[in-house]
Design a protein around this ligand. Structure first.
Ligand code: ADP
Ligand code: ADP
Ligand code: MG
Length: 667
């Protein structure tokens, strides 16, 4: 077995690998860039080596820097995590030359599967079902349109070197095929330094279902069931689960066996993932093989009881798999939510800054028998920088069945406190509560279809508003009691607290009467309903559990002026509890309107304005490209929302812009 493993990665995956190495009694080495001096993975490892400036192109993906760190520390094996050098065959070769073990597949398998065109050809030859399309390279936009037309629209235009959802466009007609070809090519060039493009049929109503494979160096390969990763935005996964609610045992076996056949065809060992796109009739087609540990591997671990990193380490050290296909058991259901530093209210654009608060829920087995797991690389007070993936944490839940896992996830999200940056937690909560998600009717268009106008928070239903009104009343009275005690102590007789109140939030208003004792209040609503509330909430608490008539509500609470801001299940509402007289007056107050920004093009994310497509005086049509902003290695084309004339261009091409900075104004 290895003595010392260097982890050529950062963030949550570096931390996750270190944990397993520690469990196996293996020493660990972290590497870090300037931006990661204080990072969690550096603190967790036994040793740490600085490898250069913040941009990964000058640190984490420079092979020589990693080799230096290996020589300096005497590590005898390297785990590459995911991303960075994990699928770089040159890196795996370089390690071989140094006689250091690569905890991953053989370089030839990485090479063969790293290219989407090559891998598709190998898959087809191995008897794996592949997406119909053109298996050659495409040189010009005209050729792209011709081939797309021949395949039949819609088509998917893809970069052969692609990954992470980049360099990929759907086209529904010739014009889109030409435009998509060009933007895929540009994005592929800037992201991968390789602009080779191909085209395949776009599978409609698609589900993304992938098979986890695991093999040793002695020819044994097994599949560990599937993960469904259909909840995606920008072709990137946000919520994953295992197993898939769509597969039956026969399809699972067929997909598993094809995945194993492909792995065998390239002499695979270690952990790997074969991705399929599955249509509404359960026809499945090979998409690509990821020759590394996958971000969403925890859901597989939760239902198989295996530690995939441990298996990878053992296999790399030459051990045989300790079990065969027949020993693999799938038990229960697991869901993963990727908590991203991205603003769901702004089309999921990346957000950066300091985590002023970071309090995940407790991990491990819960009193009700469910299991929570949270993989992370951040800590309270830490910074989410613009240099790397904006993932904050991967929160996983496990329960005997899917409904239980969803319920456990909903609760865990309610109890997860993250402040200081924009993040998608309310969005994840919203999905957990959607009927369609609960019914398992998923496709990769789920987010686009369920949130056609983007996400603007969850509107509280009457029942939810009533629960929150009860919570707000509890808090208000706790504050009033404290106020009465303080002034009562001064005046030597406690000030009486009234019994009649009006609680209002999110457009709902409830007249109510309260009876209270020490820990519990009983609320009688004017419409005849009753709720009793108990909680350990204390003034200053940012989160507390409220037990409302047998429901357990984990609510984030903030006192905001005379209001009480409550966040729960994706709802973000400020509640007011007033005496009937004050409530009547409050109804007469004018409502403040936000400023009108509809005539301005604002920069939606921090980034570089790479180009302007129009100038002052131009008339633009709805949908016309106005400018391109590059942020986090992604090209974002900003388009006109409606017809108009450009009155003024305020920003220059090449400028670095802050979020909401003015780019241009319309007449
Ligand atoms: P990446 O390397 O970026 O992960 P993939 O080929 O795995 O690229 O595709 C990413 C996602 O794009 C898939 O999960 C799926 O949602 C969508 N996708 C890719 N190819 C197709 C296709 N031919 N038809 C429909 N959707 C597709
Ligand atoms: P601990 O109390 O040490 O955290 P748990 O039993 O809560 O142990 O869970 C440890 C790990 O075991 C979990 O992270 C999960 O991967 C796995 N696990 C727990 N329960 C199950 C189960 N019923 N089926 C499969 N895996 C499980
Ligand atoms: Mg993929």
């Amino acid at each position: 077995m290895f003595k010392k493993i260097l982890i050529a990665n950062r963030g949550e995956i570096a931390c996750r690998v270190i944990r397993t190495a520690e469990k196996l009694g293996i020493a660990t080495v972290a590497v870090y860039s300037d931006a990661d001096r204080d990072a969690l993975h550096v603190k967790m490892a036994d040793e740490a080596v600085h490898i250069g400036p913040a941009p990964s192109s000058q640190s984490y993906i420079v092979i020589d820097r990693i080799l230096d760190a290996i020589r300096k520390t005497g590590a005898d094996a390297v785990h590459p995590g995911y991303g960075f050098l994990s699928e770089n065959a040159h890196f795996a070769e370089a390690l071989k030359a140094e006689r250091v073990a690569f905890i991953g597949p053989p370089p030839v398998a990485i090479e063969a599967m790293g290219d989407k065109i090559t891998s598709k050809k190998i898959a087809a030859a191995a008897g794996v079902s592949t997406v119909p399309g053109h298996m050659g390279l495409i040189e010009t936009a005209e050729e792209a349109a011709r081939i797309a037309h021949a395949i039949g629209y819609p088509v998917m235009i893809k970069a052969s070197a692609g990954g992470g959802g980049k360099g990929m466009r759907i086209a529904w007609n010739d014009a889109e095929a030409r435009e998509g070809f060009q933007s895929s090519k540009n994005e592929a060039k800037s992201s991968f330094g390789d602009d080779r493009i191909f085209i395949e049929k776009f599978i409609t109503q698609p589900r993304h279902i992938e098979i986890q494979v695991l093999g040793d160096q002695h020819g044994n390969i097994v599949y560990l069931g599937e993960r469904e990763c259909s909840i995606q935005r920008r072709n990137q996964k946000v919520i994953e689960e295992a197993p898939s609610p769509f597969l039956d045992a026969t399809t699972r076996k067929a997909m598993g066996e094809q995945a194993v056949a492909l792995a065998k065809a390239v002499g695979y060992h270690s952990a790997g993932t074969v991705e399929f796109i599955v249509d509404g009739e359960k026809n499945f087609y090979f998409l690509e093989m990821n020759t590394r540990l996958q971000v969403e591997h925890p859901v597989t671990e939760l239902i198989t009881g295996l530690d995939l990193v441990e298996e990878m380490i053992r296999v790399a050290a030459g051990e045989r798999l300790s079990f065969g296909q027949d020993d693999v058991r799938l038990d229960g259901w697991a869901i993963e939510s990727r908590l991203y530093a991205e603003d769901p209210y702004r089309n999921f654009l990346p957000s950066i800054g300091r985590l002023t608060r970071y309090r995940p829920p407790a991990e491990g087995r819960q009193p009700d028998g469910t299991v929570l797991r949270n993989d992370t690389g951040v800590f309270e007070g830490g910074e989410i920088s613009m240099y790397y993936d904006p993932m904050i944490a991967k929160l996983c839940s496990w329960a005997p069945d899917r409904a239980g896992a969803i319920e456990a996830m909903g609760r865990a999200l309610d109890d997860f406190e993250v402040e200081g940056i924009g993040h998608n937690l309310p969005f994840l909560s919203a999905v957990m509560d959607q009927q369609r998600f609960r019914a398992g009717r998923l496709t990769t268009a789920y987010i686009a279809e369920e949130f056609p106008d983007g996400f603007s928070g969850v509107a509280a239903s009457e029942d939810q508003a009533r629960l929150l009104a009860a919570v707000a009343t509890f808090i208000y009275l706790a504050l009033a009691r404290r106020g009465a005690q303080v002034s009562g102590a001064l005046a030597n007789h406690p000030r009486a607290i009234g019994a009649d109140w009006v609680a209002s939030l999110a457009g709902h208003e409830f007249a109510l009467r309260v009876a209270q004792d020490e820990e519990r209040i009983a609320i009688a609503f004017a419409d005849g309903k009753n709720l009793s509330v108990a909680s350990d909430w204390l003034p200053g608490a940012s989160h507390a559990v409220f037990e409302v008539e047998g429901h357990r509500l984990g609510v984030k609470t903030t006192l905001a002026g005379s209001g009480i801001r409550l966040r729960w299940r994706g709802i973000d509402a400020t509640a007011f509890v007033r005496s009937p007289r004050v409530a009547e007056l409050a109804r007469l107050m004018p409502v403040k309107l936000p400023p009108d920004t509809s005539r301005m093009l604002l920069c939606p994310m921090p980034g570089v304005l790479t180009s302007l497509a129009v100038q002052e005086g131009d008339t633009v049509e709805a949908g016309q490209a106005l400018a391109t902003v590059e942020a986090m290695k992604m090209e974002n084309v900003l388009r006109a929302e409606r017809r108009g004339t450009v009155r003024r261009v305020a920003a220059q091409a090449g400028a670095s812009l802050a979020v909401d900075e003015l780019i241009m104004e319309f007449e």
